[in-house]
Unconditional design. Sequence first.
Length: 303
Amino acid sequence: MRVAVYLPLLLSVLAPFGARYVAERCEPRLATWLLTASAVILGAAGTVSLGLLAVAGLLRLPWLADLGHWSAPMAQRDSPAELSVSLLAGLGLGGAVVMAARMLWRRARTLAAAALEAACLPVRDGLVVVEDETPDAFALPGLPGRVVVSTGMLRTLDASEHAVLLAHERAHLTGHHYAFVALAQLGAAANPFLRPLAAAVGYTVERWADESAAAVTGDRVRVARAVGKAALAARHTRGLALGIRGLRGAGPVPRRVAALLAPRPVRRPVLTAVAVALPALAVVSGVEAVRDLHLLLEAVGAG
């Protein structure tokens, strides 16, 4: 337990250093899945580790040992956490739970409001056009979702680029990209070290939608041009166009345009294996730490 309980916390610190590399090198859909799963798993594993450290350190308290009929000397000898570490872990655990709960509440309210708004909007073939000179376009999740486009954005893009716009936004809806972003943000709320992973997921869902639009239109250069034009038109507005509500500005536009002008990304088995191995190692370490704490409780109880 002395090593296993700390390993998920260490991996949470190390994983963000590879987030951008995975986002840039992996196929966007796969990168989104990998980064989202890593954020959720590492966030959960780190929270469990904090809880285990808090409990293990509290075993050192003589009065608590008396209540549990444990051997205080044995607990003080075998516990993997000093009391000071246990107190810090307890504070971290409380903060993680509060921040995760707060994020869940805010996200649930946002999605509920979006679904209600989508249900009330007039729609034609899933598209809502609003009279607004501000260039804007976004996907509004709901049952069903809506693609909302301003007249200003329609005038900014030519007829061929309208198809790119619709394909991009519909990819956000069909791919449930808001769920990936919400899950990644949940992991980052529980563990602030994972914020780069959440930011990378925001970028990869945009790349995922870009590639979907390229597949639908069959013209990567046209998609790159539409992304660039929409971003330039929206530079003085709040957020970037071609983004799902809540995801605007998720990825630097020049990187997206450069990726579209490059050959279509391919799967990278080695990079994928490494990205899978890190959260898997965190899970194995967490399970081992829980098992070791159980054995420790049995030992101090027997003593």
